[in-house]
Write a protein that binds this ligand. Structure first.
Ligand code: KIV
Ligand code: ZN
Length: 388
């Protein structure tokens, strides 16, 4: 049996960190229910200690969601961890996600702590959380820019204290796919108890490589959890996009050899809900969920797709929640696509000569007008009928 890739959705936590994407408790709850329908393995519902509103949102989601693990973020201190545990109390499956920065830059300039202090705080925070929860994730923030020797020490210690998932964030989107994959493989090789934890990737998109880096973390590094968001929402340039990760692993199962539990038919509904809730428009050429992701405009492509869809489609639009693929009529379209649209509109022309005339009028129109609607086609057919 193939290994399972755990899909950890952080739309409601890291996604919400997008400037302008703040969500109310009820909006978060609605999205969490859709994430559960999508069958993601883990929903990071928020950061319980950050505000009363987020505490309430985490609490409501933990009560409502039964089939996905519900997680709250917490800094590595007793108060944050206790707040997370309190918000998650009574949930069917819950996780506390603790983070503490480990890069020299963050420790010195942001935390103003020595590496020894960070090491101790990481260890003791996981020990504290272990008394409150069985499922604990630890993230060394800015992990990818951390000194590997120091990181190995910290991660070995938190696994010994009971962390069950180790997440290696590329917090500032600085990684390159091969290097990030090797970074994780190296940590797993060097840390003696590394096999006691599930390894996870968390990549930001500052250089547009979040998805590629995450996939390299899986393929080269051996990670078995990917942290991602719907539509790639997230701090600055965003996070790894869930829809791209899921469809890459499914479409290229020949390469990754992994199973994903997500119900892909719920991807487009999830994308729409997140876009409507946050007001963040999805770009038309966005992979999988963009309006043009399954639209064909070139005549040669349209002809190919009408003969056999897999000539120009590596996934089915219907499999990710679209009602169908799209043949967009325009100046590049060929006669075959035009004839197909006439059929769909229920227009039967008497002879091939009439089809040719209507097609010629369509081409003239398409040179003047970029969007050709069904009404335009009906009008030009009627115009032709009136002339004869
Ligand atoms: O990007 C990051 O480092 C994070 C951590 C809190 C996991 O979001
Ligand atoms: Zn992040």
């Amino acid at each position: 049996m193939a290994d399972q890739l755990i899909i950890f959705d952080t739309t409601l936590r890291d996604g919400e960190q997008s400037p302008g994407a703040s969500m109310t408790r009820d909006e978060k709850l609605r999205i969490a229910r859709q994430l559960e329908r999508l069958k993601v393995d883990v929903i990071e519902a928020g950061f319980a200690a950050s505000s009363n509103g987020d505490f309430e949102a985490v609490r409501a989601i933990a009560q409502a969601v039964k089939n996905s693990t519900v997680c709250s973020l917490a800094r590595a201190n007793d108060r944050d961890i206790s707040r997370a545990a309190e918000a998650l109390q009574g949930g069917a499956r819950t996780r506390i996600h603790i983070f503490l920065a480990t890069s020299a830059l963050h420790m010195e300039k942001k935390l103003r702590m020595t590496p020894e202090q960070v090491y101790e705080q990481a260890r003791l925070s996981v020990r504290f959380a272990r008394n409150l929860a069985g499922d604990i994730e630890f993230s060394p923030e800015d992990g990818y820019r951390s000194d590997p020797d120091f990181l190995c020490r910290v991660l070995e210690a938190v696994i010994t204290e009971g962390a069950t998932t180790i997440n290696v964030p590329d917090t500032v989107g600085y990684a390159i796919p091969e290097l990030y994959g090797e970074f994780i493989a190296n940590l797993r090789r060097r840390i003696p108890n590394s096999d006691k934890a599930v390894w996870s990737v968390h990549c930001h998109n500052d250089l547009g490589m979040a998805v590629a880096n995450s996939l390299a973390g899986v393929k080269i590094g051996g990670a078995r959890q990917v942290e991602c968001t719907i539509n790639g929402l997230g701090e600055r340039a965003g996070n790894t996009s869930l829809e791209e990760i899921v469809m890459a692993v499914k479409t290229r199962k020949d390469y990754f050899g992994l199973d994903v539990g997500v119900d892909t038919a719920q991807i487009v509904p999830a994308s729409r809900l997140v876009s409507q809730t946050t007001g963040f428009v999805v770009q038309p050429n966005k992979a999988v969920v963009g309006a043009n992701a399954f639209a064909h405009a070139s005549g040669i492509h349209q002809d190919g797709v009408l003969k056999a869809r897999d000539t120009y489609e590596i996934m089915r639009a219907e499999d990710v929640g679209w009602s169908a693929n799209k043949i967009v009529l325009g100046k590049l379209s060929g006669r075959n696509a035009f004839k197909q649209r006439l059929n769909e509109l229920g227009i039967e022309l008497e002879s091939e000569a009439e089809v040719n005339q209507a097609f010629a009028r369509f081409k003239e129109l398409a040179d003047r007008k970029s969007d050709i609607f069904d009404e335009d086609i009906l009008a030009l057919v009627m115009e032709g009928a009136a002339e004869t």
